[in-house]
Design a protein around this ligand. Structure first.
Ligand code: SF4
Ligand code: SF4
Length: 395
């Protein structure tokens, strides 16, 4: 690969050390992953009461009653049989809830993918000393595409749907509504994903989330290019995403609807794909729509629905490493704005305090003819200037 051949010795060392670190991180996760301690599903019979089954599945009695289609205040000490539940119905619910049990190894896979994303964007994408005239060879797509494939397989199909960033967020209000036993545990899960999103701007979405990866891969297909130039105004997409979130909270806490505990995202959860669990039918529709629209619309699920997308967009204000624009150099030519699949680059060029989500996809990093964009830490923009070759076009 020309890009790899043009990396400096220091960059190749970074490359090798990062791969080693990623393997070590995943290896540690592998060692710490509990063995195949699958739930003893056969032990759950309808002769047992909710009170005995729910803790084994890591949920509260209220959540199990909801899943079984019973009122949330159904008696928790009576046998399920006496409440009219059949064994087949119970097995299905046990299967579904078992699918929510998080794989510990997957947390390590997320960390390894984010680490690789940071090093690629900050240190490897642009060969040392490469002048702006050669920017066409910077940040090649192939390493990114391979990372997305790895994310889809390793943090998706191979390890199942949990944990994932969306669930990491949704489980917190669910715990507050009484569906999970510990608010603190769910808050820690959310914190994990938020830290990853803040260390490198939204990298957990852009480089590690398996459903984000599938959408990005579909969008990367060289099809419908003309349609791809049209962007949904961020104010619309973000308003839809925020409204869904508010509606989800109102339903969850029973402010609207018949009773507390209704989980809207349960019906729209595309991560079920990684457990090959396509029920209810609205889940299948969501997956098909999100992937179908991705042919010409950038990450539609992330833009319009994902609650983690919403919270990590807010968290972007505190991101340490991210796209940075040198305003002295930028002459607002619009090259990065055209390259960006969202209104993220436009918002940054205009200096908006709340620009659209940036998924650190690197498209804008190779677009600027004035070499005014870098991805990195606050001082990266200045250190870039130290290279004489890069200084050539400075006013
Ligand atoms: S916004 Fe997209 S990439 Fe981020 S967690 Fe949600 S689905 Fe995944
Ligand atoms: S092209 Fe847009 S989304 Fe991608 S890194 Fe640049 S600003 Fe972010």
């Amino acid at each position: 690969m020309t890009w790899f051949a043009s990396l400096s010795r220091a960059q190749r060392l970074w490359f090798a050390l990062t791969l080693l670190a990623a393997v070590a991180i995943i290896g540690a996760g592998w060692v710490l992953e509990p063995g195949a301690a699958d739930l003893p599903e056969a032990a759950f019979t309808v002769d047992l009461p909710i009170r005995e089954i729910a803790p084994e599945l890591g949920v509260t009695g209220m959540a199990l009653a909801r899943e079984l289609g019973l009122p949330v205040d159904a008696p928790k000490g009576k046998s399920l049989k006496s409440l009219g539940i059949g064994q087949e119905e119970l097995d299905e619910v046990v299967d579904h809830l078992a699918g929510h049990r998080p794989s510990r190894l997957r947390y390590f896979v997320y960390v390894a993918l984010v680490l690789w994303g940071i090093v690629f964007l900050w240190r490897l994408g642009r060969p040392d000393g490469s002048p702006v005239e050669r920017r066409g060879g910077w940040y090649p797509r192939l390493p990114y595409i391979l990372t997305l494939v790895a994310a889809g397989i390793a943090s998706g199909f191979a390890l199942g749907k949990s944990p994932n960033p969306m669930e990491g967020f949704v489980k917190l209000p669910k715990a507050m509504a009484g569906l999970y036993p510990s608010v603190a545990v769910e808050a820690a899960g959310l914190l994990f994903f938020l830290v990853l999103a803040v260390v490198g701007n939204k990298l957990v979405c852009g480089w590690a989330c398996p459903f984000g990866a599938l959408q990005e891969l579909v969008y990367s297909l060289p099809l419908l290019r003309r349609l791809k130039r049209k962007k949904v105004p961020f104010v619309w997409s973000n308003s839809v995403r925020a409204l869904f979130f508010v509606l989800a909270l109102l339903l969850l806490f029973g402010v609207i609807g018949r009773s507390k505990g209704f989980v809207l995202y349960h019906s729209l959860n595309p991560f079920n794909l990684f457990n090959l669990d396509f029920s209810p039918v609205s889940v299948t529709v969501t997956i098909l729509l999100a992937l179908g629209l991705s042919l010409f619309l950038y990450r539609p699920f992330c833009q319009f629905l994902c609650p983690f997308g919403l919270v990590s967009w807010l968290a972007e204000r505190f991101s340490l490493a991210r796209v940075r624009i040198d305003r002295d150099r930028c002459d607002k030519c619009g090259a990065c704005v055209a390259a960006c699949p969202l209104e993220a680059a436009a918002g940054r060029v205009e200096g908006k305090p709340f620009p659209a989500d940036c998924y650190s996809c690197a498209r804008c990093l190779k677009a600027c003819p004035r070499d005014a964009i870098v991805w990195g830490w606050p001082r990266r923009a200045e250190t870039g200037r130290e290279d004489a070759a890069l200084n050539a076009g400075k006013p």
